[in-house]
Ligand binder design. Structure first.
Ligand code: MTE
Ligand code: HPA
Ligand code: MOS
Length: 750
């Protein structure tokens, strides 16, 4: 089935937040902030701004009717800073006016005086001062202290990894208007409608049933709208309630970049121990997560870093510790992979450093340590249906790793200005929210008298194609054509208590709930058909309902009418909760994931050793889709995820100055991959596997895992740099921008 949004996207007919026709009398709102990352507020002077003609109101913390609190996991984040400012861009209040233009004008007239406080942006420095979001977590398996004595090689090091801007094409925004009796309707560009609803209720001191949140689709989220779409919706709702008017907010790109959190930067220390036969016996790692000024989703992200600290490798003795460090940056947040990629970067760096010091190829170590059935992850889950070795072998077989290596060597021997590098990147990613409680979903299906069907679930469409998959599920169960089925927006009145569409689990959770609803309806319809045909086996296909002996047939439309006349319910609301999974945080052991997604990529790059620039020649992937239910949609996720991962590892560089001000705050200073920087060739092969029962139609989750193939980009470039400058000691410090590559090419040992 083609992506159901494809045609309207291309024609420009799809509705995004800013396309919603405006109700007359709509006001606009704009938050304001102080020029500091850490300060004690002395005075906020809004007089001049307030007097500007066209300004309706300016709201501060004291105007909030309920709690000045938007923290999701921990209540540590005010909507408006009242006493202290903790990051550059933290809202202090909200300007409301008749146009966006007038609000911008007013913003320039606001005077905020404050006392400067010390600014900390480094997570290690914050940890030393005990500025923590939550106490540290530790995952352990085996006996690390004893294990070191069994190792022939022990290598230590440090790895740093920077954040990443989400750069969804549609910036953050919301549109709220009052309904009858003090209720509110809120259109939001959010991955988590329920979080928006709950937080508005808290801030406005209303019961949740008075707030209807509606999401049609997002112009990209990538995790940046899992938690951080909430703030803007709360602002619009606050102004709408206070002024009893429709109020809209739509951030300019520079405000969006300055005021929102990003992927978490991490700084980590590792020690890895191997035997002569290259078996990794011991791995110790300490992660310092740069959480920013408040918790947001950082504790959950920290947890996933620990879950994925050993990537696709089995290591018998592991001790992994993670600190969530509070700094004066915007609260960092979910981003495709949710802390997993950071955990994986460090183990890959450790393997590369070990390989360099032992004098072997990193892929010799990687290959010798891939997980297998019966192996246990440090968090206690025993591996079933491992595809790590399988995907590696298929990748090797299909793309001939030895030939690639040989080609690279020959090229490097005969070239001076250009050097090639390659890396193999295996991945293993756990599917389920790591917080077991979040793994459930609901679906609502109505069949109307004319046979047309409407579906609602808690899933949010953000470009990943979940709506297409949902449509596919319903049409297949009912055996009807796609034109008969419509996907409704995600709305808190139709589907309550949703988990955000995240953790790559959107299609699994909502799809399974939808399956249950559709099958329940189908069983009712079978009974109606049986009352007509007698007790024969019945099939649904091509808009017809037939007996298998082909003697009886009725159209879908006629059967629906019949069912309605017989007073059979044509609506169903269903619930699904992932079975099997559990986790005990006190022991740090359990079975948190429904299943894992595996795959292996080979990345090849050519570095220009005069300029420090590079071009990816190819990325060749064997990916474990299970039994892909939509190969076009799934291949799209692989390509997009891969390129986003490569961008993070190479050119995307977030920079704050020493005062904590974001200086990479526009597309002129923050470079993302464009058509010229994507790999010249991307080949995606599907690994032949059966697919797990817990995946929707045995089609594995695909949203986040492919981003992690991009990690290989860093190590491929490093390999090329090493071949030009073999003696240099190189740090592990992503992203590997052309500037850093150039420095490394000509680095001399100290
Ligand atoms: N693909 C597109 N086009 N746009 C997005 O915003 N978000 C990613 C991934 N793929 C995203 C995307 C992230 S972070 C997640 S968690 C999943 O999609 C969420 O959707 P799913 O659960 O339906 O896979
Ligand atoms: N993944 C993504 N988003 C989340 C998770 C997770 O494991 N937990 C809470 N939000
Ligand atoms: Mo995705 S980071 O789980 O929204």
């Amino acid at each position: 089935m083609i992506n159901i949004d494809a045609l309207n996207h291309v024609k420009g007919k799809s509705i995004y937040l800013d396309d919603i026709p405006e109700i007359s009398g709509t006001l606009y709102c704009l938050p304001f902030y102080a020029e500091t990352a850490h300060g004690r507020i002395k005075d906020v002077n809004i007089q001049a701004a307030k007097q500007l003609s066209g300004i309706s109101a300016i709201f501060l913390a004291e105007d909030i009717p309920g709690a000045n609190q938007i923290g999701g996991i921990i209540p540590d984040e005010p909507l408006f800073a009242a006493n202290e400012i903790h990051y550059w861009g933290q809202p202090i209040g909200l300007i409301v006016g008749v146009s966006e233009h007038i609000c911008r004008k007013a913003r320039k007239l606001i005077r905020i005086s404050f006392d400067e406080l010390p600014v900390i942006t480094c997570p290690r420095e914050a940890q030393k001062l005990n500025h923590l979001i939550v106490p540290p977590r530790k995952f352990k398996i085996g006996q690390i202290d004893k294990a070191w004595s069994e190792c022939d090689y022990i290598i230590e090091g440090t790895a740093d990894i920077n954040g990443q801007e989400h750069l969804y094409i549609e910036t953050q925004g919301a549109y709220a208007w009052p309904k009858e009796g003090g209720s509110l309707y809120v259109a939001s560009s959010t991955q988590g409608p329920t979080a928006v609803q709950r937080t508005i209720a808290t801030v406005l001191n209303l019961p949740m049933h008075k707030i209807e949140v509606n999401v049609v689709r997002l112009g990209g989220g990538f995790g940046g709208k899992e938690d951080q779409a909430t703030m803007w919706a709360v602002m619009a709702a606050l102004a709408a309630q206070k002024l009893n008017k429709p109020v809209k907010i739509s951030l300019h790109r520079m405000d969006d970049m300055c005021m929102t959190g990003k992927r978490h930067p991490y700084s980590s220390d590792f020690r890895i121990g191997l035997t002569k036969s290259l078996k990794i016996m011991a791995y110790e790692v300490i992660h310092y997560q740069n959480a920013g000024a408040s918790a947001d989703l950082s504790p959950a992200i920290l947890e996933r870093t620990l879950f994925h600290s050993t990537n696709a490798y089995y290591i018998p003795n592991v001790e992994a510790t993670a600190w969530s460090c509070k700094t004066n940056l915007p609260p960092n947040t979910a981003f495709r992979g949710f802390g997993g990629p950071q955990g994986k970067f460090v183990i890959e760096a450790a393997i590369v450093k070990a390989a360099e010091s032992i004098g072997v190829n990193p892929d010799d170590i990687q290959k010798a340590n891939l997980v297998d059935n019966g192996d246990e992850f440090p968090y206690g889950q025993v591996i079933e249906n491992a595809e790590a070795k399988h995907s590696w072998e298929e990748c090797d077989l299909a793309f001939k790793l030895d030939e690639i290596k040989h080609k690279v060597e020959i090229f490097n021997d005969s070239n001076i200005r250009y050097k090639k590098g390659y890396a193999v990147q295996p991945i293993c990613f756990g599917i389920s929210f790591t917080n077991t409680m979040m793994n459930h979903a609901r679906a609502l299906v109505h069949i109307y008298q004319d046979g047309s069907v409407v579906i609602s679930t808690g899933a949010v469409e953000m470009g990943q194609g979940v709506n297409t998959k949902l449509l596919q599920i319903a049409t297949e169960i009912f055996g009807i054509s796609p034109e008969k089925v419509r996907l409704e927006s995600t709305n808190t009145l139709r589907i309550a208590n949703t988990s955000p569409t995240a953790a790559s689990a959107g299609a699994d959770l909502n799809g399974k709930a939808l399956e249950i609803a559709c099958n329940t309806l189908k069983n009712r319809l079978i009974q109606v058909a049986e009352s007509n045909f007698g007790n024969k086996e019945i099939i649904f296909c091509h808009d017809q309902i037939k007996t298998t002996d082909n003697k009886n047939q009725i159209s879908w439309t006629a059967l629906i009418l019949l069912a309605f006349q017989q007073r059979v319910s044509l609506s169903e609301h269903a619930h699904y909760a992932t079975p099997v999974i559990h986790y005990d945080k006190t022991k740090e052991k359990g079975h948190p994931f429904a299943y894992h997604v595996y795959g292996t990529a080979i990345l090849e790059v050519t570095v220009d050793c005069l300029k420090g620039t590079y071009q990816f020649d190819s990325v060749k992937i064997v990916h474990d889709f299970g039994n892909s239910m939509n190969t076009d949609v799934d291949n799209g996720q692989i390509e997009g995820g891969l390129v986003q991962g490569i961008g993070w590892m190479t050119m995307e560089e977030i920079l704050y100055n020493e005062k904590g001000k974001l200086i990479s705050n526009a597309l002129s200073t923050y470079k993302v991959p464009d058509i010229y920087s994507v790999p010249k060739e991307i080949i995606i092969r599907h690994l032949e596997t059966i697919g797990p029962e817990l995946a929707i139609k045995k089609s594995k989750a695909v949203g986040e895992p492919p981003l992690m193939y991009g990690l290989g980009a860093y190590f491929a470039i490093r390999k090329a740099v090493k071949s030009f400058n073999p003696l240099a000691h190189l740090a592990f410090d992503a992203p590997y921008t052309p500037e850093k590559v150039l420095m490394d090419l000509y680095r001399r040992n100290k």
